[in-house]
Design a protein around this ligand. Structure first.
Ligand code: SF4
Length: 510
């Protein structure tokens, strides 16, 4: 199975079915993803139980994010003014292309040839590495998971554990190939190699690039959280630090930051606090021992502001990218992140990707990559109703006419039949006789035509020979004529129905 980057808009929807089938056929991937997401989920539950009053913290988190997003213009101004006061340069970019050009201009002025990158989903979103490569600038990922993926030429398949689908042997093969010597699939050996290799990049890089977990509006502090310490190296060792952040990633005050850091660490990895939490306010000042000479902050819109004011989708901007919804999602846990064909995967990716790309035709297909069970909402530390949004996205796709012709005809027919009693009765009778040859002991084991998907992994109950409404009216009539006899006949019919069992080799429809 090829897990190479498929970030091209055209491939998101068109390739979804193929990628899903490939992922489902990849037993290793399925086991690896569900093993790690299970661990993350269990860690989260423990951390939130220990914490106590988790629901109250979630509610507080939701209120903070809601307040920020509702007053985004105010906090963006306050934050950017404070970053500038501290000596940083601020750039607002409407599109990914603008952000890339801004970065290239900074790199050109510094004659940069090497960029050391900390983990940044926004830079993945705008495909920055690809563009830097075109310009002859080498960009090296310094987050271990991202470094592994860079060697494998793949995109992240999880928001916080990008190489969730790789095992030690695969990583050892990648490192051996890179180093020209053979490494054992041993965590210490592999981490040791990566550490030694990356250290030089920190020292030699012309620019350090990071994302921003939260910008603190009251001070202009850029908050970075990481478990590897590479974010701290990238933001302090190279002479120039460039930060790329989504425009919504703000909190008003340090008090609010405390709430969000608790929610983020516990939801993401089950930690009380992430190992390294850095707050960077401006470049190095006179007399300070470390820090970059220049700090540049690129604030990216790229489809985010289009959600402001939208009664349904504005809340998607509350997301703090903790990935708890991925870990809880039964679809993600079976197929992993590359299936989504977007840098943002799982339930949040299925909502965010079509909205940011403003593309319901292709990216809108992701709205169907969900069972709508609501586990994502339960897991979300800021209570984003992703399952409701997925339903609304499906409705939007239908309204915009992007559903296949066969589906539109099927639903039109369904609407017509259900709108007229006589037609409905006729359709129900016809369906019974059409399906009868495929039924066995009251169940359909293999449904015909487009309905086959329903019976691939479960048995579907056969339509009743006599519809309930006919039996009900007859029973009412009988009850009026001979009450005792009618009641006994009804009980007998119930007992008979309860004895019907589905054929072996599948499970009942649920
Ligand atoms: S939607 Fe919620 S659970 Fe999912 S990544 Fe965002 S904040 Fe985390």
């Amino acid at each position: 199975m090829s897990l190479k980057a498929e970030t091209d808009k055209q491939l998101i929807g068109t390739g979804l079915k193929r990628r899903t089938e490939e992922a489902l056929a990849n037993e290793f991937l399925r086991k690896a993803v569900s093993f790690t997401t299970d661990k993350l989920k269990t860690g989260k539950l423990q951390a939130t139980d220990e914490f106590g009053s988790w629901e109250a913290w979630r509610e507080r988190g939701r209120e903070i994010r809601k307040h920020v997003v509702e007053n985004l213009d105010y906090y963006l101004t306050q934050f950017s003014d404070n970053v500038a006061k501290a000596g940083g340069n601020v750039y607002f970019c409407s599109t990914g292309e603008e952000a890339v050009q801004t970065f290239l201009d900074i790199a050109k002025k510094r004659d940069a040839k090497l960029v050391a990158k900390g983990k940044s989903m926004v830079s993945e979103e705008i495909r920055l590495n690809h563009r830097l490569e075109e310009q002859g600038i080498e960009a090296i990922e310094t987050d271990l998971g991202e470094y592994i993926l860079q060697l494998a030429q793949e995109t992240p398949s999880h928001l916080i554990i990008p190489a969730i689908h790789k095992n030690k042997q695969q990583i050892a093969d990648l490192f051996s190939n890179e180093a020209g010597e053979t490494f054992a699939p041993d965590t210490k050996v592999l981490a040791g190699y990566a550490r030694g290799r990356l250290r030089n990049y920190f020292l030699e890089a012309d620019i350090g690039l990071t994302g921003c977990n939260f910008g603190v509006a009251e001070s202009g502090a850029i908050t970075l959280v990481s478990n590897e310490g590479n974010g701290r190296m990238v933001s302090t060792v190279p002479p120039c630090h460039v930060v790329i952040m989504g425009m919504e990633r703000l909190v008003p005050t340090y008090d609010d930051l405390e709430v969000m850091l608790n929610l983020l660490a516990r939801s993401a990895t089950g930690q009380k606090l992430t190992t390294y939490t850095s707050m960077i306010t401006g470049p190095r000042r006179e007399g300070e021992l470390d820090g970059p000479e220049e700090l540049h902050l690129i604030i990216l819109d790229n489809g985010r502001s289009a959600q402001l004011g939208d009664p349904v989708f504005q809340e998607v901007l509350h997301c703090i990218r903790c990935a708890a919804c991925l870990n809880a999602c039964p679809v993600y846990r079976h197929v992993g992140g590359h299936t989504y064909g977007s840098v943002y995967s799982g339930p949040i990716g299925a909502v965010l990707t079509p909205l940011l790309q403003q593309d319901m035709k292709e990216a809108g297909q992701l709205a169907y990559a969900s069972s709508l069970c609501g586990a994502c909402y339960e897991a979300c530390p800021v209570k984003i109703p992703l399952h409701d949004m997925l339903v609304q996205l499906r409705a939007r796709k239908v309204k915009q006419g992007f559903t296949p012709l066969a589906e539109r005809i099927a639903f039109k027919t369904f609407q017509t039949a259900f709108g007229h009693v006589k037609l409905y009765k006729l359709a129900a009778r016809s369906a019974y006789y059409a399906l009868k040859p495929f039924a066995k002991r009251g169940y359909l084991k293999k449904a015909p035509g487009p309905a086959a998907g329903w019976t691939q992994s479960r048995h579907f109950p056969m339509l009743a020979e006599r519809p309930f409404r006919d039996r009900w009216s007859e029973l009412q009539r009988e009850l009026k004529r001979q009450p005792a006899k009618a009641a006994s006949a009804a009980n007998e019919a119930d007992a008979h129905a309860n004895q019907e069992q589905p054929p072996q080799g599948g499970r009942q429809h649920d």
